[in-house]
Write a protein that binds this ligand. Structure first.
Ligand SMILES: CC(=O)SCCNC(=O)CCNC(=O)[C@H](O)C(C)(C)COP(=O)(O)OP(=O)(O)OC[C@H]1O[C@@H](n2cnc3c(N)ncnc32)[C@H](O)[C@@H]1OP(=O)(O)O
Length: 131
């Protein structure tokens, strides 16, 4: 799993108990999943279809640095299924796990469309193959 994104937990990210607000974390995860799917599928019209059970394992507090990891676990016809782990950057303690996030590739009319992808690709390899 690659941890591409780091976040610094700030006062505006906290709940009334002064720990990281779960809704904020889910917002960050959804955006990270969308970015990951857009890059993999090479299409900016991708939406979140399904998010499986979410396990809040531990909390984060103000000042913590957390990192969001995403990996693709299945390539469907129009969909890509992702797994997500969020952990404390310094201690690697898990904060949240999401087993399945299904993102769907859309055409210009907003309908599901085959993406033609079958495996994880890296942008640097795509650029090298264009040389
Ligand atoms: C990043 C964001 O913020 S996006 C904003 C939030 N998301 C949205 O607004 C999406 C709203 N939903 C929709 O517009 C529609 O449900 C669509 C276009 C995504 C999908 O429409 P559907 O009629 O369900 O499409 P369809 O039945 O063809 O399924 C499309 C794919 O999703 C998968 N899928 C559909 N429902 C589910 C489900 N409940 N769980 C897992 N996968 C599912 C299907 O298996 C299919 O994958 P495949 O082509 O790889 O086999």
């Amino acid at each position: 799993m690659n941890y591409h994104t780091r976040k610094w937990v700030k006062p505006e990210d906290l709940n009334p108990n002064h720990s990281l607000f779960g809704g904020r974390l889910l917002q960050w995860i959804d955006e990270e999943a969308a970015l990951y799917a857009i890059i993999q599928l090479e299409n900016t019209k991708v939406v979140t279809k399904f998010i499986s059970e979410i396990n809040f394992v531990s909390s984060a507090k103000q000042g913590d640095i957390i990192e969001i990891g995403i990996e693709a676990i299945h390539f469907g016809s129009s969909s890509i299924t992702l797994r997500c782990d969020v952990r404390n950057k310094m201690t690697h303690q898990t904060i949240i796990t999401v087993d399945k996030i299904v993102m769907v590739n859309l055409d210009s009319d907003g309908n599901p469309a085959p993406h033609g992808k079958t495996q994880i690709e890296f942008v640097k390899d795509r650029l090298n193959s264009e040389l």
